[in-house]
Design a protein around this ligand. Structure first.
Ligand code: FMN
Length: 231
């Protein structure tokens, strides 16, 4: 296996990449556009079907027309270029397209080029602009350009402790200690499947609660009875 250099850099690219919607006037070279496209075509896809076509748009007038295909696309006409992501069918290929989009964006950011995913809420209109056949799916345009100086000095805001990111606790034959305050958010917010997660289910916690109450009541009774005999 080939040695991979710059491992730490990928983490830094992911950490700092943001949706860039304000672009400088600086043009992006064709060489850089090709580097970005190559990263996209190297993305993984289900059964390696690579169900995508990337259409590069540099013409300002076409970018303006494309912007009319989305509800939140005002930044598109100001981009240095855009890549339309087209696929042959709906469903799983859209997940593949998502993988390609991430690669395209990270490769661009590696070159200092910002980007923004832009949803085509009116795909029929957008298809017309690029002469895309009606039987193909076209919902996403990625706009690219060097960020304007005032654009995003801060790293992106992301949730730090997401309950969905909890580690799976325990597995068959081996259980790690479970902290109750770790579990409550899971029970409240997400119905935990005890068979797959190894966690006790809601019914179990309910029973535990009931028996603890009963035990408490019994202990209380005992102490009052003892107090009565001591008198
Ligand atoms: C599926 C998808 C659709 C998006 N559509 C749009 C869009 O139509 N217009 C837009 O300006 N941003 C769009 N975005 C960009 C998101 O708003 C952006 O990634 C998110 O707010 C995080 O921004 P940040 O990385 O700067 O924190 C889209 C992102 C995704 C993943």
């Amino acid at each position: 296996m080939q040695e991979i250099k710059g491992k730490a850099q990928v983490a830094e690219l992911i950490r700092t990449q943001r949706a860039t919607r304000q672009y400088s006037q600086q043009a992006v070279s064709e060489e850089n556009i090709r580097t970005i496209l190559n990263a996209g075509r190297r993305a993984q896809s289900s059964k390696n079907t690579q169900p995508w076509q990337f259409i590069v748009v540099r013409d300002r007038e076409t970018l303006k027309q494309l912007a009319e295909g989305g509800m939140y696309a005002a930044h598109v006409p100001h981009a240095a270029f855009a890549i339309a992501l087209v696929t042959s069918e709906a469903g799983r290929p859209n997940f593949d397209l998502g993988q390609a989009a991430a690669y395209l964006q990270l490769a661009a950011w590696d070159l200092g080029i910002g980007s923004c995913i832009t949803w085509m809420h009116y795909p029929e209109k957008a298809k017309e602009v690029l002469h895309i056949p009606a039987d193909l799916e076209f919902h996403v345009v990625l706009s690219f350009g060097y960020p304007a100086p005032q654009e995003h000095p801060q790293p992106p805001k992301r949730t730090v402790a997401n309950p969905l990111m909890k580690w799976c606790i325990g597995n068959a034959g081996h259980r790690s200690p479970i902290l109750l305050n770790d579990l409550w958010p899971l029970f409240v917010k997400h119905k935990v499947d005890s068979k797959t997660s190894g966690l006790p289910n809601n019914a179990f916690v309910g029973h535990l609660f009931f028996w603890c109450l009963l035990l408490l009541w019994y202990l209380l009774l005992l102490t009052t009875a003892q107090g009565a005999t001591e008198k």
